[in-house]
Design a protein around this ligand. Structure first.
Ligand code: ADP
Ligand code: MG
Length: 333
């Protein structure tokens, strides 16, 4: 497959010419922006499966929190204010303890962000072998409000814009590698790393504050390079970023340079925002970072589209570009 599998499937089977009274800018962004009678809403939908997106023994309270958080992160990338969500859940069996914890984690975040649960669907997962059912799957559709005519998408980055990223990147991936037993970290760093994996903070205030400033935005779910790559493709531009500027936590910085690179550039699941803004608005971006209590770091520059979409510098040299996460990368079409 010439294109990454997951996106090739969407393009081949789930992209159609617009029809009907409600239209959006088309797939490819974190949210669909839909104009309804003088109002604009942002809608996103994310599915998670235990065993794929969560370790099979993940704490159900964390699962509930994160299932909603990743959707709110898409709303943040659009600059929308969360208003409502719908929950579809498939369960292998009834386990009231698990459900109570799951619900507590999810609803605490829902309440703190004013995003109400307005509907959904509950079903049992299919039986896979002698009475055993496949693991839980959770699909959430979240909706948010946007000012009329506004909303951030992955299209709109212009040559000369700065590339920015919020917070630090790579921690969630480093946490996963540690949990899987492949990497290790100083014992006092582990809780911080695990918290980044289990409790990602959707950058809602930042996204909303960037509405009049950013030219494009995406949340970092697949990996910094992959999600920046989506911005570059949708905007028809190239970029050069400097790995030495990419913000990394103290915990990640205590790991080998190679691991730092793998985690920060290619590891997903951080739910930070990567965005672009005109160079002359850099001070405004910094002020928004202060006002929203969010670290924002300039990591590079957008350039005219060339045959190489993305160049990553480090010191005097260039780093190889590695792909982000793709659910169907290894499968043939
Ligand atoms: P994100 O990582 O922000 O959740 P994805 O990478 O999952 O976004 O999806 C990329 C784009 O493709 C999004 O605009 C999404 O709405 C769209 N998309 C994904 N799956 C489907 C599908 N089955 N049908 C239609 N559109 C889809
Ligand atoms: Mg997204």
């Amino acid at each position: 497959m010439t294109q990454r599998g997951e996106f090739q499937i969407i393009e081949q089977f789930f992209t159609h010419a617009p029809f009907g009274a409600w239209t959006s800018q088309g797939p490819g962004d974190d949210c669909a922006l839909i104009d309804i009678g003088g109002r604009r809403i942002a809608v996103t939908c994310d599915m998670a499966a235990l065993g794929t997106h969560f370790l099979p023994d993940a704490d159900p309270e964390d699962v509930g929190y994160k299932a909603l958080a990743v959707n709110l992160s898409d709303l943040a990338a659009a600059g929308a204010v969360p208003r409502a969500f719908f929950l579809s859940i498939g369960l292998p069996r009834r386990d009231d303890g698990w459900l109570a914890d799951f619900s507590r984690g999810m609803m605490a975040l829902a309440q703190s962000t004013g995003c109400a649960l307005l509907g959904g669907d509950t079903t049992r997962t299919p039986e896979v072998a002698d009475g055993r059912h496949s693991p839980a799957v959770i699909s959430i559709t979240a909706m948010g409000d946007l000012p009329e005519g506004k909303g951030l998408t992955r299209a709109g980055a212009k040559p000369g814009d700065d590339v920015w990223v919020s917070g630090t990147v790579g921690d969630a991936y480093a946490a996963l590698r540690c949990r899987q037993g492949h990497w290790d970290a100083m014992p006092d760093a582990l809780p911080q790393l695990y918290a980044r994996m289990d409790r990602p903070v959707p950058r809602l205030a930042l996204g909303q504050a960037l509405l009049d400033v950013a030219t494009a935005a995406a949340d970092v779910s697949d990996g910094l390079l992959a999600d920046l790559g989506h911005i570059l493709d949708r905007s028809g531009v190239s970029a050069e970023i400097d790995f030495d500027l990419v913000p990394r936590s103290t915990a990640l910085r205590s790991m080998t340079p190679l691991r730092q690179r793998e985690a920060a550039l290619s590891g997903g699941d951080d739910y930070e925002l990567v965005f672009t803004a005109p160079a002359e608005l850099a001070d405004r971006v910094r002020a928004i970072g202060v006002a929203t209590n969010t670290l924002v770091t300039r990591i590079g520059r957008i350039e005219k589209r060339t045959s190489t979409a993305l160049v990553v510098r480090s010191g005097e040299g260039l780093l190889p570009i590695t792909a982000g996460f793709d659910h169907f990368a290894a499968e043939e079409a």
